[in-house]
Structures are given as C-alpha cells and as structure tokens.
Design a protein around this ligand. Sequence first.
Ligand code: FAD
Length: 517
Amino acid sequence: KRTMLIVRSITILLLSCIAIKLACCFSSSISSLQALPLAGNLEFEDVHYASKDFGNRYQLIPLAVLHPKSVSDIATTIRHIWMMGPHSQLTVAARGRGHSLQGQAQTRHGIVIRMESPHPKKLQVHSVDVPAPYVDVCGGELWIDILHETLKYGLAPKSWTDYLHLTVGGTLSNAGISGQAFRHGPQISNVHQLEIVTGKGEILNCSERQNSDLFHAVLGGLGQFGIITRARIALEAAPTMVKWIRVLYQDFSAFTKDQERLIAADNKLDYIEGFVIINRTGLLNNWRLSFTPEDPFKASQFKSDGRTLYCLEVAKYFKLDNKDEIIQGVNETLSELSYISSTLFTSEVTYEAFLDRVHVSEVKLRSKGQWEVPHPWLNLLVPRSTVNEFAKGVFGNILTDTSNGPVIVYPVNKAKWDNRTSAVTPEEEVFYLVAILTSAVPGNKDGVEHILKRNQRILEFSEAAGIGLKQYLPHYTTREEWRSHFGSKWEEFVRRKSRYDPLAILAPGQRIFQKAT
Ligand code: FAD
C-alpha cells in the first residue's frame, strides 16, 4: 500500500513538472511570437475554428492563428521558429479551406497559418505576348474565385477538382483530380511556377528550370516541404456551355471498358467520370443533386429495382456558335458505347454552373444540417489490371448500402502525371480514382464507427487480394505505413524533407515526420 502511495505521489509530481514546463514553454513562446514584426496579426484567443476540418473527426487546438498580410509575415514566423531550434515544440500548419479529412491542416499547440484570404484578390491574368495564357494567384486563393476572375478574360484553368471551394495550396499539396484529368493531368500537372516559404523561412521561387527539386517536391508533397504562397496556373480558352450526359450500365466491366475507350481518345470529350449506384429503388432523388435531365419524365420511368448500377458521366464543352457540330460529334461518340439504351439522360448548363455543380449539393445539405457532419471518406487509386476484382469484392460484397454519399469511379492516364512530383500513384498506365464519400448523418443507422470499419474491410480485402492500390489524400499513423505508401519514392521524400524542412516544422497533421525535440 505504501509503495503504491509513493508511486502515485511520484507520478503526480512528474506530471505537475511536465505541466509547469509546458506552461513555461508556451508563455515564453507566446511572448517571443508577440514581439515579431508582422504586418498581419497573431491571434491567441479565438483559435478554435482552426482546430476543425471537413472530416469533423479530429480536433487539435493550436497555440495561435497567424493572419498574414504578406508572404514576409509567413517567412518571419517560420524563420523565428526555425531559429528557436529543435528545443521548441512549435510546429506550423498552413490551413487552406480546412477541407482535409483527418486533421491534416491542424497542429496541437502550434501555429496555424490562415492562407485563405478573407477578400479574394484581383488576379493577374496574362494572355497577351505570352506563348500560352496563365494566371498568378495566391496560395490561399479559392478555385471558384479563380474561375470567376479568369472568365472575365474568356479564359479558365484546364484541370479542376469536382468541388471548387478549396484553395490552390490545399489541392496542389495533394494532386487535384477531376473529370478533366484524363486530358490535362491533375492540377499539379498544370502549374508553371510556385513561390514557396520553406521550413527554414526562406522565400524561394521554383519551376521546372529554377529550384526544380523544390518545385517537384511541393507538388503533391502533403505540405511537407514548404508553404505555397503563389502559383502560376495554366489557362485555356473557356467555353460558354456544357453538354452534360449520364448513361447507365449493369455490368461493371462494360462500364469501365467504355470509360477506358473514352479516355484513350484525347479530344472527343472534355470530362469523364462515373459513379456507382448501390441498392437504390428510385434513381432521380438519389443522384448527385445538381443534375437535372432535360427529360425528367423519361428519367423517372427508369427503376433500378435495387440492382447495383454504374453511371458514366461525361461532358463536352461548346460555344453557342459551334453547338450543332459539337452535338453531332457527341452523338457519334455515344453511339459507340454499350450502355443500357433506354438510359441516356442529357442536360445543358453553363460552363460555370457545371464546374460549380457540387456547391449546389453543398447548399442543399447545409440547409438540412447535413454538411457539417463527420465524413469518414476513403479515396483510392486502383490499378486498371485489378479494378474488376476490386469491384467484385467491394461493390459486390462490402458496400451493399451507401445511402449517404456518392461512390465515384473513373480512370485517368498516368502519362499525364509527372513522376518527379511527390504524388504517389499506382505504376500502371491507367488507374482509377475510387472515392467512397460517405457522410455519417446523425440518426442514420450507419454511424462513424460502422463506416470506418467498412473502410478498414475494404483496405484489408484489397491487401489480401493484392489489388496494389494507393490511397489518395492518404492517412497513415506509422512510419512503416508511410514508407510503404511512398514505395520507391520514400528515400527521396525523406531527403527532400531534410533539405527543405529539417526540423519537421511544417504540416505535422499529416503525421509523417515528428518534430525532433
Ligand atoms: P486544407 O485542408 O486546408 O489543407 C490540406 C493540406 O495541405 C494540409 O496538410 C495543409 O497544411 C496543406 N496546405 C494547405 N494550404 C497550403 C499551402 N498554401 N501550402 C502548402 N501546404 C498547404 N480533391 C480532388 O483532388 N478532387 C476532387 O474532386 C475533390 N473534391 C472534394 C470535395 C469536397 C467536398 C472536399 C471536402 C474535398 C475534396 N477534395 C477533392 C479533396 C481536397 O482537394 C483536399 O482535401 C484539399 O487538401 C482541400 O483543400 P483545402 O484548401 O481545404 O486544404
């Protein structure tokens, strides 16, 4: 009994010492940070918004939030932490829109840098006297604001994500994939130049020609090597309208065969995606909300009767003066496909409405209180050679009911990805994005734990079946898992980390490296 008492007292004493040490650390950190010469400001009180993200499952409270007014505010803050050396606990997380899923843009007791500008800036669009048009934007710019601004010049970026209320820095840290990626590659393949603040607080410009190792490191680099403060993004002439088409398949291999045939033809279509419809009785109410077919009556006649169906979703851009010619080309392309013939649903919308289509769902879900719920999403890149086996195991057995959220499936061409970047993909020439985007809506029978277990089953099945997939927006907790995720790119990833952020100050929420203390 006496020994127990002594052990308890020693434990309490030790914990108190640690708490006092931490409190001293924090108060000395706070006073040294407060003394920094910044044009913007460091907020120490109102920091809770920076401890949440779209995933709504992880919560790390930071010490402070930096609201920078310039790139030098960011550099000054990081340089200060770098100069404090390995003994300081401080880390730095750039936060774009905070649409990460597992705390990737958070830091416990560190500094969150609010990259998203409260007021979108007037962007510099360059289209005259240059070989190809481009726009210079801040790292915290939202893609939706870039779209609005570039359209004023009749131009637009080439490669998108499905949802545009995300920041440039946030998507370039992953890849940025959507239905245009088969033609143009992901967003990281459409950037000419970056301005970066490294983990030592240096401000560096980089491109294919200048500091190219840093340029490639940062693209798809999960925020590990530097903070993207500016980006030069490739533009193309923007269309005005979009022919938007959905057709259905009963057979997964017929669906993917057509998808692959379409992505092999470079310019027949401008956008190719697809999704799985599992165990639904009606179709219309359950489709992603923004698509309104021209013939809703015909669409309402089709009953899936609980079967699993596969929906190919494609789009072709046009301007009003070339509509007839374009529509004829689209009809020819569709005539070569093997979808269920009664299931051709079409729609015509403006280019802007098409690109911002997920925002329509966001507004509807927000109004029902279903946007800010936990999102235990699973995003995978599956090689073409195993995608049929994956579908058999996952859509046939594991995912028998996905009432809350789409399951997106579409192929992309590896040739459009630059292997020098940090992004990790399967090695095959064609691989599929499979995005299982389930929301854990309160009151629904599938709670977070159930969905997480199901995700785990999918990963375990894939491992056992030798599917050879890679996670997109990856989430791992051990060094071994990260090493295996990066595979042959791991050594280079570690080398780049020790070169650009040797103290592991940046993006601790990815849980790849730990700050040495
Ligand atoms: P945050 O969540 O704020 O940050 C993500 C990571 O990047 C963090 O580690 C952060 O520290 C780091 N980071 C942020 N800004 C910078 C910067 N300026 N410099 C360096 N590092 C930085 N992805 C696709 O590819 N295709 C899609 O179609 C797609 N659709 C989506 C739809 C929705 C509704 C949501 C929520 C996400 C979607 N995503 C998609 C995923 C999305 O691209 C990533 O989650 C992206 O990181 C979100 O951007 P963000 O600005 O919110 O980044």
